[in-house]
Design a protein around this ligand. Structure first.
Ligand SMILES: Cc1ncc(COP(=O)(O)O)c(C=O)c1O
Length: 407
C-alpha cells in the first residue's frame, strides 16, 4: 500500500475525493462514539438510522458470541433450516402489522427491497396476472441501490448513470393522492405493486400526508395490486411501534425491514410476506421460488435479531421512542419557532430541521460536530435519528448543539 493512500472506495462519496481527513470512528458505547483523536461525540443518527439498541450492548454481544460458539452459519436452501432462523422469523411475524405470513431473510435493505419487488411480480404471475408488472413509487422515496431499488428511487440523480434500469417503474409525486389515483385510473389493470416508506427517511424525514397511506391501501385493494411498506428505517421501533404501518394504522401486503432488526450488529434484512401475498405465491403448489441469498437465514445474524427484539422489550424501547421523540420534537420545534431553522418535520423519534436558503445543511453538520454531536445533512435539512437508548440529557444535548450550530 502506498503510504497515506486509502484503498477504500466509500459509498455515496466522490471517488476522486481525498478521504485522509475523514472522521475515524474507533469505538462506541450506548449513544456515544469515540473518534480517533480521542474525542467523544453523541451519535444523533444511530449510525445510518440503525443502531436502536445503542453501541456495545452486552446482551447482543453475548448472543452473537454464544451463537459463534455453536455454529456461525449454515445456509437454509432446500432442504436445510435451523432453529435460530425459524425463531427469528416467528418473532418477526408475531410483531408484523398484518396477519400471518412468512419471512424471507437477506442482509441489506437493498436486498429486501429487490426481494419484495420480485415477490410482488411473482405473486401476480402465480395468481394468473402476468400482465401486472408496473411498480409505482414516489418522489423522495429511498429504496436502496440494487437495480430494483434504484429503479424505484424517488431521486432522479440516483437513477441516472447506470444504463438501463428495470422496466415498468412509474414514479409519482410523493404524498399526492390525486397523482397516485390517476396512475391507477390509467394503468390499474397492469399495476403489480406500490412501494412506499411509511415516513420517508433518507428523502428528508417526510411524514405521510393525512390519508395518503390509506389511499395506497384502498387503491391497491381495488386494483389487485400489492402494497409494499418499505420499513428499512421505520421498522423495529423508530416510530414507537414495531412497524411504521402499525403506527399509521395500515395493513400492507409485504413489509421490508433491515437496519434496526439487529441494530447493525450483524447485517440482516428481510421481507415479511403477509397472508394475502403468500396465498398468491402458494397458488401453484409446484411453483419454486428461484430467488435467494447465500446468507438468507444466517444464524449469527438471526441470533442478533432475537437479542435486539428481547432488548427492545426488556428496556421498553418502543415506549422510550415515543417519550424521547416528544422531547426531541419539542426542543427542535422551539429552534424552528425562534427562526434558527425554517421548519421541523418528522414523527416518532426521527426528525429533520429544514434549513434556511442561506444555511447549507453540510455546514450545519460540521458545526454540530464541533459541538460534539453527529447529525446528518440531507437535501434541504439536517436529520436526527438517535439510538432509542439515548437519555433525556442526550436528547437535550442534541437540541442545544443544533441551536449552537445554526449559524
Ligand atoms: C427505506 C429504505 N429502503 C432501503 C434502504 C437500503 O438499505 P441498505 O442501505 O441496507 O441496502 C434504505 C437505506 O437507508 C432505506 O432507508
Amino acid at each position: 500500500m502506498l503510504s497515506g493512500m486509502s484503498h477504500l472506495l466509500h459509498p455515496f462519496t466522490i471517488p476522486a475525493k481525498d478521504t485522509s481527513d475523514f472522521v475515524r470512528i474507533v469505538s462506541g458505547k450506548g449513544a456515544v462514539l469515540t473518534l480517533s483523536d480521542g474525542r467523544q461525540v453523541l451519535d444523533g443518527m444511530a449510525s445510518l438510522w440503525y443502531c436502536n439498541v445503542g453501541y456495545g450492548h452486552p446482551k447482543v454481544n453475548e448472543a452473537i458470541i454464544g451463537q459463534l460458539g455453536s455454529i456461525h452459519a449454515h445456509h437454509i436452501f432446500d432442504p436445510f433450516t435451523n432453529d435460530i432462523a425459524e425463531a427469528a422469523a416467528a418473532a418477526i411475524v408475531e410483531r408484523a402489522p398484518m396477519p400471518g405470513g412468512k419471512v424471507f431473510f437477506g442482509q441489506s435493505g437493498s436486498e429486501a427491497v429487490d426481494t419484495a419487488l420480485k415477490l410482488a411480480r411473482a405473486a401476480q404471475v402465480q395468481a394468473g396476472h402476468p400482465e401486472k408488472t408496473i411498480v409505482i413509487s414516489r418522489s423522495n422515496g429511498y429504496h436502496g441501490t440494487n437495480y430494483g431499488g434504484t429503479s424505484a428511487q424517488g431521486f432522479d440523480a440516483y437513477r441516472e448513470g447506470w444504463g438501463g434500469l428495470v422496466p415498468d417503474h412509474v414514479h409519482v409525486p410523493g404524498n399526492d393522492i390525486e397523482a397516485l389515483a390517476t396512475v391507477f385510473a390509467e394503468h390499474g389493470a397492469r399495476v403489480a405493486a406500490v412501494i412506499a416508506e411509511p415516513l420517508q427517511g433518507a428523502g428528508g424525514v417526510i411524514p405521510p400526508a393525512p390519508g395518503y397511506l390509506e389511499a395506497i391501501r384502498r387503491l391497491c385493494s381495488e386494483h389487485g395490486a400489492l402494497y409494499i411498506s418499505d420499513e428499512v428505517i421505520c421498522g423495529f421501533g423508530r416510530l414507537g411501534q414495531w412497524f411504521g404501518a402499525k403506527h399509521y394504522g395500515i395493513e400492507p401486503d409485504l413489509v421490508t425491514f433491515a437496519k434496526a432488526v439487529t441494530s447493525g450488529y450483524v447485517p440482516l434484512s428481510g421481507v415479511i410476506v403477509g397472508e394475502r401475498a403468500l396465498g398468491m405465491l402458494e397458488n401453484n403448489p409446484e411453483w419454486k421460488l428461484n430467488h435467494g441469498f447465500t446468507y438468507s437465514g444466517h444464524q449469527t445474524a438471526c441470533a442478533a435479531a432475537l437479542a435486539c427484539i428481547e432488548v427492545t422489550e426488556e428496556e421498553g424501547l418502543l415506549q422510550r421512542a415515543t417519550v424521547l421523540g416528544a422531547r426531541l420534537r419539542e426542543g427542535l420545534q422551539t429552534l424552528a419557532d425562534d427562526g434558527l431553522y425554517a421548519e421541523l418535520r418528522g414523527d416518532g423519534f426521527v426528525y429533520a430541521l429544514v434549513t434556511h436558503d442561506d444555511q447549507a445543511p453540510i455546514d450545519v453538520r460540521w458545526r454540530a460536530l464541533d459541538q460534539g454531536v453527529i447529525v446528518r445533512p440531507m437535501a434541504d435539512s439536517i436529520g436526527f435519528c438517535p439510538p432509542l437508548v439515548s437519555t433525556e440529557a442526550q436528547v437535550d444535548q442534541l437540541v442545544d448543539a443544533a441551536a449552537a450550530a445554526a449559524r
